[in-house]
Design a protein around this ligand. Structure first.
Ligand SMILES: CSCCC(=O)C(=O)COP(=O)(O)O
Ligand SMILES: [Mg+2]
Length: 301
């Protein structure tokens, strides 16, 4: 029997045994119900995990594209804006060997013409970074500052999947903590959850991490997070839609689980065989605290 047929047969029997939905996973041979065992911290990605990719791609990012020039013109004299520009300029210099990079000239004199030239280069630089969906801190900081107005004026509300809040409340009730790790800046994360379709959700989280802790594709970032939350990586479960993030988190010793949401990039058979996969946080509903589970485990041996 081919591997594929073997897998299909196994899934069918699991579906039958579970009676309803495939309890094991959306596509892999992993035990979803045991995933929270020993887990004291749940670490959540945002885009494609708590939040639809379409919200980010069709609302948040287009807002930046269409408002960046206006934002720079309005806030040019402010320190925060000048810091954002300086960070983008520095990043561009680091990227100078990269194809198509838009460098930002020095603003030596503050006459209208020079200022216009620099401003136009910053706009082009931001658009270039966004075309490649780059996760560099300089871009993410500026985006966060721009979204502030959009959220505060009610122009944008952070979208959160309906299964997210009930599951998080369940994890909190069973003594777990929940943290966010996104490429979006901490400020952008707080805006999204603070002004969400489900209300102000910030009290649900014990903390936030962004690219200032390190890139999500690097193992060291997950080690830093484990140290920062004071938890053995083995007791942390990371939920993400991106295999290139799941792998380094697992490399750092965390448990990792992939989320499949409408519009997410498709996972391969190998991805689904390698990682547990969920379609909804409700599959990780928990009614047993990690400490009770541990002691229950001990009593049984
Ligand atoms: C939290 S703000 C919007 C998300 C964002 O800017 C982004 O790059 C998404 O990254 P994630 O790590 O959440 O997939
Ligand atoms: Mg994601």
């Amino acid at each position: 029997m081919s591997n594929r047929r073997l897998k299909n047969t196994r899934h069918r029997s699991e579906r039958t045994a579970a009676g309803t939905e495939n309890k094991r996973s959306a596509g892999g041979p992993h035990n979803i119900s045991g995933l929270l065992d020993g887990v004291t911290v749940v670490l959540l990605d945002i885009e494609g995990t708590t939040t639809p990719i379409t919200f980010v791609k069709d609302e948040l990012f287009p807002y930046v594209r269409s408002h960046v020039k206006q934002h720079l013109e309005k806030h040019w004299q402010e320190e925060e804006c000048q810091q954002d520009i300086a960070a983008l300029k520095k990043q561009a210099e680091e990227d100078k060997e990269t194809d198509g990079v838009v460098l930002i000239p020095e603003c030596i004199t503050d006459d209208d013409e020079t200022r216009q030239k620099v401003l136009s280069a910053v706009v082009d630089n931001v658009l270039w970074n966004m075309d490649a969906d780059r996760k560099v801190t300089a871009l993410k900081q500026l985006q966060g500052h721009m979204w502030r107005t959009a959220y505060q004026t009610g122009k944008i509300k952070g979208e959160v999947y309906p299964d997210v809040v009930p599951a998080i409340r369940g994890w909190l009730e069973t003594g777990r903590q929940v943290y966010i790790y996104s490429s979006g800046s901490v400020e952008a994360q707080k805006l999204l959850f603070g002004f969400s379709t489900e209300g102000d959700l910030l009290e649900l989280f014990s903390g936030h991490f962004d690219s200032t802790t390190g890139l999500k594709v690097e193992t060291e970032s997950y080690r830093r997070i484990a140290t920062a939350v004071g938890c053995d990586p083995a007791n942390i479960l990371f939920l993400t839609d991106v295999v290139r993030e799941a792998k380094p988190s697992r490399e750092a010793g965390m448990k990792a689980c992939l989320t499949v949401r409408p519009g997410n990039a498709p996972l391969t058979e190998e991805d689904m065989a390698e990682f547990p996969v969920i379609k909804s946080f409700s599959e990780l509903a928990s009614d047993v605290s990690p400490s009770k589970k541990r002691s229950r485990g001990k009593a049984a041996t």
